[in-house]
Design a protein around this ligand. Structure first.
Ligand SMILES: [Zn+2]
Length: 234
């Protein structure tokens, strides 16, 4: 099984930029009902555990929060590789640097170009890690945050977002060729605030198998993934 965890991937953008590979056989929005805020780390932790983790992750030091495999659906797999996923294998140093430059931009210390150069560098690193593992473990999770990080400073700029969505669609295309059970999922969507972007209340999901879901919650996938793991093991 392959899970593409694409931070802030948004249905409206997918449609606008006609990302055919991101729109698999079944796809739609997820709902964030039950969550007071659209916090990235909380939503990915909730995805992994199948439980709303909002209360368990205080905002202070939130990025340091880390789950053990036994707390997550990973325990149902014989082997897995999880690349850079928040709340599990998050590459702290890379993302600290990201947040520092984002803050620097609003303090006139960093340019958009400097920020984006770092974002793309981190993206290429994750891509390399992901494609090295593709087709090897029973479960491979690849986390890519381009849509979120570029979106925060440039969601209102269509050309820039088109490049981001084209890149993510290409990754989905390469995954498609493996014909493994593939779930594409985002934590929340994105909405424009002038040229900038902010988290919105709907995430996105997409599966190459029919799941029959209607506005699922991010916690709904735990049981589905467990079912897939059990099927593959039996
Ligand atoms: Zn996010």
């Amino acid at each position: 099984m392959i899970i593409l965890a694409l931070d802030a991937l948004d249905l409206q953008c997918i449609q606008k930029f006609n990302c055919k590979n991101l729109m698999q056989k079944e796809h739609g929005q997820t709902t964030l009902k039950g969550f007071n805020q659209e916090r990235t780390i909380v939503l990915w932790a909730s995805f992994l555990t199948g439980k709303n983790m909002e209360k368990e992750i205080p905002i202070k030091n939130q990025w340091e929060f880390k789950l053990q495999p036994e707390q997550t659906f990973l325990k149902f797999f014989n082997n897995y590789k999880v690349i850079d996923l928040p709340a599990f294998s998050y590459k702290q140093k890379n993302h600290e640097e990201e947040r520092k430059l984002l803050k620097g931009y609003f303090e006139d210390k960093t340019t958009v170009e400097e920020y984006e150069n770092l974002i793309w560098k981190i993206h290429q690193e994750n891509k390399k890690d992901f494609f090295q593992e593709l087709g090897k473990p029973q479960l491979l999770i690849g986390y890519f945050n381009l849509a979120d990080t570029i979106g925060h400073l440039s969601f209102g700029l269509a050309d820039k977002m088109a490049t981001v969505y084209e890149e993510l669609d290409k990754i989905a295309e390469e995954v498609k060729n493996l014909e493994e059970f593939t779930l594409i999922i985002s934590d929340h969507g994105m909405k424009a605030v002038g040229r900038y972007g902010d988290h919105s209340r709907n995430g996105f999901y997409s599966s190459n198998h029919t799941l029959g879901l209607d506005f699922p919650e991010i916690t709904s996938f735990y049981k589905i993934i467990r079912g897939i793991a059990k099927n593959e093991s039996s």
